[in-house]
Design a binder for this molecule. Structure first.
Ligand code: 5CA
Length: 451
């Protein structure tokens, strides 16, 4: 992309309404614009990051054997009356009447809708296990939407639902989701710690929230610092093997880590004092096992091996996709702007032309641009007729991990400059070497097409 042809409305001023870094930086970098309280338009740069996150989520869900689909945002109230949640959900649910006076709602989550699909089409234990998921906008009429996309009213969520014959099978589905979430967050450059939590309006006994530690997080958390040494890394897990998935769950949940809702002072005090931590975190996902809470009242049964009808065991599993954009920025920025991890960056590298209009500099930038594209990379070429300082400030603000600076002086010696946004370190090298270096850096990060 050439910046002169892109739509990147960066702001010079710091917006007064933004209280935390990620909200401020998303507004300043032209990623979002508020449409009304807690509702945002995603401008091209923000939308690009959102799609990168969606793509990682899809890839990891497919890897775990889960099946993508799409359900609508608007739902009929009748289904929610069947489960009993139409009255229970309270003021967070946005209720709408259509022109025929029928009660509708903008879905805050999808347990009822997916259970209705399941009961209409699945009748035998032979069709299990089954996990369906989608990535769709949700609406919760939060009392206090704040911090930009972190606590929005309209937000993008991946929500997945497992259907199993027995409690034991459903617990395997739970563990499989935990494993796939660990992989997902690490690919986004984040450490998200599973913590025992409260199930709230979704219900059920077993639930873990995934928290990214950050001072601006809305949840208070208590944990054993040893947990922060754990990394999932590039282990090869067989998602169909219950023992392998359970071992990962045990490894990542055996240390004390809880949100304030489930915090237990006595257990916490049993941790050696130097490892006790009280901190704040951003909840970027949650997994639930709730057994037959929805399948029983809604009649989602299958015929078991003995011929008897039994309600299926279910769980639901969510990732806050739009919130993650803010969470990643909270975890990775400095005073000059965002620092995107390689896995989610909207463009792989910026090209800064120090002397726009100089035939040699222009030609070198064009050649670099084409060479990067030929390697499957997406550069953002700042081809505007602007001062170098302004170009650097824009690149630092929007946070691309790598910048190639091209100027007449370097070109005389046959070199350009490759700069890391994270460390600020620069290295001179021939343009071909810079292209090669970037191709290597991104080798493991290039998105595959998902279907
Ligand atoms: N049905 C279950 C799992 S599919 C569910 O709704 N879970 S949830 O309530 O925990 O939401 C899943 C994730 O959505 C949360 O972990 C959080 O990351 C994100 N989320 C929830 N509310 C908001 C909000 N108001 N703004 C942005 N993200 C949110």
């Amino acid at each position: 992309m050439r910046l002169s042809r892109y739509f990147l409305p960066v702001l010079k001023e710091t917006p007064a309404e933004a209280q935390i870094a990620s909200h401020r930086l998303m507004l300043r970098a032209g990623m979002i614009k508020q449409a009304s309280a807690g509702i945002y338009s995603w401008l091209p740069l923000g939308f690009k990051v959102l799609r990168k996150l969606e793509n990682i989520v899809h890839e990891e869900q497919l890897r775990a054997g889960h099946i993508p689909m799409l359900m609508p945002t608007l739902q009929s109230a009748d289904l929610w009356r069947e489960s009993g949640r139409y009255d229970d959900y309270g003021a967070e649910m946005l209720r709408i009447k259509d022109r025929h006076g029928r009660d509708m709602l903008y879905g805050p989550t999808n347990e009822e809708l997916i259970t209705d699909i399941f009961r209409a089409h699945v009748g035998s234990y032979k069709d299990l296990p089954l996990t369906l998921y989608h990535i769709q906008w949700k609406f919760r009429d939060e009392v206090r939407p704040r911090f930009g996309v972190m606590r929005g009213r309209e937000f993008l969520m991946k929500d997945g639902y497992n259907f199993d014959l027995t409690r034991e099978d459903a617990l395997h589905s739970y563990n499989r989701h935990l494993v796939s979430y660990l992989r997902t967050y690490e690919r986004m450059g984040l450490q998200a710690i599973p913590m025992r939590a409260d199930s709230g309006p979704i219900g059920g006994d077993d639930t873990h929230e995934f928290l990214v530690l950050a001072d601006t997080g809305e949840s208070e958390v208590f944990y054993d610092s040893a947990i922060t040494d754990l990394r999932f890394g590039d282990r090869d897990i067989d998602y169909d093997d219950p023992a392998q998935c359970r071992a990962v769950l045990e490894e990542f949940t055996s240390r004390y880590a809880r949100t304030d809702e489930t915090h237990d002072e006595a257990l916490f005090n049993a941790i050696p004092e130097e490892r006790r931590r009280v901190a704040r975190g951003i909840e970027v996902g949650q997994i639930f096992y709730f057994g037959t809470k929805y399948s029983e009242p809604m009649g989602a049964t299958v015929q078991g091996p003995d011929g008897k009808q039994v309600p299926v065991h279910m769980g639901s599993h969510g990732i806050g996709v739009s919130r993650l954009v803010g969470a990643i920025i909270e975890a990775s920025h400095d005073e000059r702007g965002i620092i995107w991890p390689e896995g989610v960056t909207p463009f792989h590298a910026g090209i800064v032309n120090l002397k726009q209009g100089d035939p040699q500099a222009d030609a070198a930038c064009e050649a670099l641009y084409r060479a990067l594209v030929a390697r499957g990379l997406e550069p953002l070429y700042d081809d505007r007729d602007e001062r170098a300082g302004g170009k650097f400030a824009t690149m630092d603000l929007i946070g691309l991990p790598w910048r190639i600076t091209v100027g007449p002086r370097g070109l005389k010696n046959g070199v350009v400059e490759l700069t890391s946004r994270r460390t600020g370190e620069s290295e001179e090298m021939p343009p071909e070497t810079a292209v090669e270096r970037l191709a290597q850096i991104y080798a493991g990060h290039l998105a595959r097409i998902v279907s």
